[in-house]
Write a protein that binds this ligand. Structure first.
Ligand code: 4NP
Length: 154
């Protein structure tokens, strides 16, 4: 794979994990001087389309000085396979869903987030039914993964 210039983060609802992955990576990429990247997030489900991120996701990002409140949820769609050269799924369930929709020959651009960034074949656990500790844990994973992803792209 050539160095990706456009990256889409995908989870289930696009209100907890992938908006954090988007917002934290956008900040880390800017800090590292990575210019010209297209960075976005989407969900495989459409229940929250048009909504801002979950207040708990907004809060943990704000705690670390990152504003994700202007992001809006959307459903992942077929055009994303043309628009993005790297699609990172936050867990294996969503990886399977997105890969199954990929046009022939485009499956390779869909990767598991923690595997691609940190070499860990592991999911970012869904924090939606959890509490602040789960959101803090997701934030830590996403921050570590964002640093690794920026290093790969530098
Ligand atoms: P996310 O979390 O996939 O990290 O955005 C979820 C958000 C909403 C729901 C499930 C997971 N939901 O069932 O509405």
């Amino acid at each position: 794979m050539t160095t990706p210039r456009s990256i889409l983060f995908v989870c289930l609802g696009n209100i907890c994990r992938s908006p954090l992955a988007e917002g934290v990576f956008r900040t880390v990429a800017a800090e590292r001087g990575l210019d010209g990247l297209r960075i976005d997030s989407a969900g495989t489900g459409d229940w929250h389309e048009g909504e801002r991120p979950d207040p708990r996701a907004i809060a943990i990002a704000a705690h670390h000085g990152i504003d994700i409140s202007r992001q809006r949820a959307r459903k992942q769609n077929r055009a994303d396979f043309d628009a993005f050269d790297l699609i990172l799924a936050m867990d294996r369930s969503n990886l399977d869903i997105v890969r199954a929709q990929a046009p022939a020959g485009r499956e390779d651009r869909v990767r598991l987030y923690l595997d691609h960034t940190l070499g860990r074949m592991a999911d970012v656990p869904d924090p939606y039914f959890g509490g602040p500790d789960e959101f803090a844990s997701v934030y830590r994973m996403v921050h570590e993964a964002s640093l690794a992803l920026a290093a790969k792209l530098a």
